[in-house]
Design a protein around this ligand. Structure first.
Ligand code: E4P
Length: 218
């Protein structure tokens, strides 16, 4: 299972990269805005900065919602760096654009996916990744991890090459549950990744080992 970090914050990306377990980054317009990145050139420059930190796929999202606009923006984003994956919303023109990009060898991440039917369309169009948003489904009393399971199972059955990228992850348990149902990728906030380290028995056990060593060795 690949590990992506879901942020546009360069410090957090560096911190995750330093762990040595990071496979990529996802961003979206809200995450870019949170970092105060505005204006087309600044946004493009920021994607390049991210690509220079992490040697893995970096999802950069289009803001156009019409076919021509998505194509224009996506081609510009893809030309920034070999690791850029064009993130396209799950809308009619988005699916048409994903098909176009797929034919041209430009990799895509179909975002804002909330149902198996939407995941089917993304796979048929040739998306590299499909991003079901599990936290946002949970917020609406719908089991987000169950959607990941459905998509993973059906993609496997039909041998669709599209990778299931579990998005909108809120905590470490989401990561564990996604791992159990076979997600190809999880994209997580840094806090959820760091939460995986925590277990009180690890802390207690380590302290005991160090104390016992100290007793004999000073
Ligand atoms: C994924 O690529 C999205 O950017 C992200 O996971 C959305 O998460 P949120 O629901 O916490 O905003």
């Amino acid at each position: 299972m690949k590990f992506f970090i879901d942020t546009a914050n360069l410090d957090q990306i560096r911190e995750a990269q330093d762990l040595g377990v990071l496979d990529g980054v996802t961003t979206n317009p809200s995450l870019m805005a949170k970092e105060g990145i505005a204006g087309e050139q600044n946004i493009l420059d920021h994607y390049v900065k991210i690509c220079n930190i992490v040697d893995g796929d970096v999802s950069a999202e289009v803001i156009s919602t019409d076919y021509e606009g998505i194509i224009r923006e996506g081609e510009k984003l893809a030309s920034l760096h070999k690791n850029i994956v064009v993130k396209v919303p799950m809308i009619k023109d988005g699916i048409k654009a994903i098909k176009y990009f797929s034919n041209k060898g430009i990799r895509t991440n179909c975002t804002l996916v909330f149902s198996p039917g939407q995941a089917l369309l993304a796979a048929k169009a040739g998306a590299t990744y499909v991003s079901p948003f599990i936290g946002r489904l949970d917020d609406h009393s719908t089991d987000g991890v169950e959607l990941i399971r459905q998509i993973v199972d059906t993609y496997n059955y039909y041998e669709f090459p599209t990778q299931v990228l579990a998005a909108s992850i809120r905590h470490s348990m989401h990561i564990i549950k996604c791992m159990e149902v076979g997600a190809d990728v999880v994209t997580c906030p840094l806090s959820a990744i760091m939460g995986l380290f925590k277990h009180p028995l690890t802390d207690i056990g380590l302290q005991q080992f160090l104390n016992d060593y100290k007793k004999l060795n000073g």
